[in-house]
Design a protein around this ligand. Structure first.
Ligand code: MLT
Ligand code: MN
Ligand code: ZN
Length: 299
């Protein structure tokens, strides 16, 4: 199985256009690597590729990934895409994938209805881009050599679908069709992909135990990170993202896993981005890696 990390950043990327925080400034000055927004490509045979989320940066990401370059006149190695939620950083890149090349677009019925309700996604010609309902817990093969099983994980609806009086408690960690994890299996091994996850109950920790590779939500180091840094009012929990640190954070909750563990979907406020800080040392000591744009992984 071939995996290419196209983008590590959470919504906004690094640096974010309007942000002068220490991390964004460090990225502008070249002290730390920039991050495009959340997207991964995976292939079983190195020929046909499956896109996992389509970020607003997809055009640049594909340009920087030779495996995804056209193989002929108007012919692409990209043959299918799955979106794991309806967030802007995961669907806006679909608009770039117009231009009349066929591929299969998989999402849960709930996320498909979000796309269908928005006429701008009609730029994806329905005669070529086949929208397929992705059924939870039903394995399928979107490209040859890869078997994908989608499962519900705790999460919330996209920000733009929050209604007036959105319940900022339980509705930020609902387990349903709006936020999914993916288990991707080939003859080489098992890869779990969870770029957004609001909680790690015991059933989910157990479910991840068969992962040879886990790419997991690394949005924030601490729940209070945005309010404390003055970059925003929302906590990680309010945004539907479990923090890395803390008693119930992903570092503690996933300490028993044996496979390779890598954080992705990292927000520009996360202090783990600083290479010499205690947060980076803490994830390394716990056996975690931090993804980088362009990273290649082979199972
Ligand atoms: C998220 O992951 O919380 C969203 O992508 C935030 C956003 O839409 O900017
Ligand atoms: Mn996001
Ligand atoms: Zn910033």
């Amino acid at each position: 199985m071939h995996i290419r990390i196209l983008g590590v950043g959470a919504g906004g990327g690094l640096p974010q256009w309007n942000c002068g925080c220490a991390n964004c400034e460090a990225a502008r000055s070249g002290f730390i690597p920039s991050m495009t927004q959340s997207s991964v490509a995976v292939s079983g045979d190195g020929i046909r590729w499956l896109l996992l989320n389509a970020s607003p940066d997809i055009r640049l990401q594909m340009q920087q990934t030779p495996e995804l370059h056209p193989t002929g006149l108007r012919k692409s190695p990209l043959s299918a895409a799955i979106v794991t939620n309806g967030d802007v950083d995961h669907v806006a890149g679909l608009l770039t994938l117009r231009e009349k090349t066929a591929f299969d677009l998989y999402a849960t019925p709930a996320t498909q209805s979000v796309l269908s309700a928005n006429p701008i996604f009609g730029v994806l010609d329905r005669d070529l881009v086949t929208r397929r309902d992705l059924r939870l817990e039903e394995p399928f093969a979107p490209v040859s050599g890869l078997t994908v099983t989608a499962y519900a994980v705790p999460g919330k609806v996209p920000l733009y679908l929050e209604d007036d009086g959105f319940d900022t408690g339980p509705r930020t960690r609902e387990t349903g069709e709006q936020t999914i994890g993916l288990r991707i299996e080939s003859a080489a091994g098992v890869f779990h992909y969870l770029p957004g996850c609001a909680d790690l109950p015991a059933w989910l920790c157990s479910r991840l135990e068969d992962a040879d590779l886990l790419l997991f939500d690394g949005t924030v180091w601490s729940d209070e990170e945005m309010p404390r840094s003055g970059t925003g009012k929302k906590t990680g929990a309010r945004m539907g993202h479990l923090a890395m640190s803390g008693r119930d954070g992903s570092l503690a909750r996933l300490a028993q896993l044996k496979g390779r563990r890598i954080y992705i979907h990292v927000n520009n406020t996360n202090p783990v981005l600083l290479p010499n800080g205690p947060e980076r040392a803490a994830i390394a000591a716990a056996g975690w890696e931090l993804a980088q744009d362009g990273m290649e992984i082979t199972l």
